[in-house]
Design a protein around this ligand. Structure first.
Ligand code: SF4
Length: 347
């Protein structure tokens, strides 16, 4: 097997097939790309953006395209499927894993989307970095088959890392892909993948499943509660849910408080019509975003919770409430909320 570093050329030879690979940036998906490239197949890596993974990339797509090409020799396209993904997460046909990770439906959605894009890229098949038996939910043999069937990719979904343990695909049967150069990895061990990374000269890659907040014990609990409280939860809400400290006030409104300057700025960037922003009048400090407000009955409570996280310069502190524009709604003089209040309303 030739395992030299990529020559960073994406020129497609006239007779080669083109394949769309589901690319997470993790080692398995990088290896899937490299194994196919080594056979002369033109690979286009599809990176999916959803509110639960990949979202940090938004706005930096071009930079990443260049980086992945330079570092890995892989042509890269990002696809934002946030709305469709959120709809699926609220009601996945095949259920959730240990947390609220709908892994089987997640894969089905991405493979189905890739299948729809074959024509756009003049591609003939789809591949993933899935490894038989690696994950308890989505990488069991029956789950791999369900993903292939329900995504409409029958015979056209190749798993290069485990192909030797799976039914040959149409591409292998037709000789477009050389089955003898595919792998037969199985199970949860990472030894073989790490050895391959060494041979291919792949140095940077994140931990497996890193970055999907649906499989995060703390964030998944928060999302579960939020889906129950607000079934209409949208993409902006889901992004906001991943930063700051969270409180549900007695009227059912939602208060988010930034933990540092970076989070304060992000929270402000997510502000929209109907939200109220809370700031100290005395200078820098935490920023709060108050959402799903039906009356200002809990304004004093929201101000006192924010005050709790301020390094107070004076007591009582003044908290300014302002709307989505710059309009000032009111200023509230308050003191920090007690431990009891914080524990009672913290989500
Ligand atoms: S861990 Fe997250 S990204 Fe990975 S398959 Fe499951 S739901 Fe999808």
């Amino acid at each position: 097997m030739n395992t030299q570093s990529p020559n960073h050329s994406i020129t497609k030879s006239p007779n080669s097939s083109t394949c769309l690979v589901l690319y997470s940036g993790g080692l398995d998906s990088i290896l899937a790309c490299r194994i196919l490239q080594e056979q002369g197949i033109h690979v286009i890596a599809l990176y999916f953006i959803t509110p639960f993974f990949g979202y940090k990339l938004k706005g930096r797509e071009k930079i990443l395209e260049k980086k992945v090409l330079a570092d890995q020799g892989i042509e890269f396209k990002e696809i934002d499927i946030s709305d469709a993904y959120l709809k699926m997460v609220k009601n996945p046909e095949h259920g959730y894993g240990k947390y609220i990770n709908p892994c089987i439906d997640c894969k089905i959605l991405m493979v189905r989307k890739a299948m729809k894009m074959l024509g756009e890229f003049n591609a003939t098949f789809v591949a993933t970095g899935e490894v038989l038996g690696q994950r308890p939910m989505s990488q069991r043999r029956d789950a791999l088959r369900i993903i292939e069937r329900d995504s409409g990719a029958d015979g056209l979904l190749l798993r290069p890392l485990s192909a030797l343990h799976l039914r040959p695909t149409d591409m292998e049967n037709k000789g477009l892909v050389d089955r003898s150069r595919l792998l037969g990895l199985t199970g949860r061990g990472r030894k073989d993948q790490i050895a391959l990374a060494g041979k291919y000269g792949i140095k940077e890659y994140p931990a497996p499943a890193g970055g999907c907040v649906l499989a995060d014990p703390i964030l998944s609990r928060r999302f579960k509660r939020m889906f129950e409280l607000w079934p209409e939860l949208d993409v902006n809400d889901c992004v906001l849910a991943q930063m700051g400290k969270h409180f549900i006030l007695p009227d059912g409104s939602w208060l988010v408080i930034g933990r540092d300057e970076r989070e304060n700025a992000k929270i402000v960037s997510l502000m929209r019509q109907g939200d109220i922003r809370l700031d100290l009048t005395s200078g820098p400090g935490p920023t709060g975003l108050w959402r799903k407000i039906y009356s200002d009955v809990n304004a004093d409570l929201a101000a006192s919770i924010l005050c709790r996280y301020a390094r107070l310069k004076k007591r009582p502190e003044e908290i300014k409430l302002s709307g989505h524009g710059t309009e000032n709604i009111k200023t509230i003089r308050t003191v920090p909320a007690s431990d009891e209040i914080i524990n009672k309303y913290r989500m």
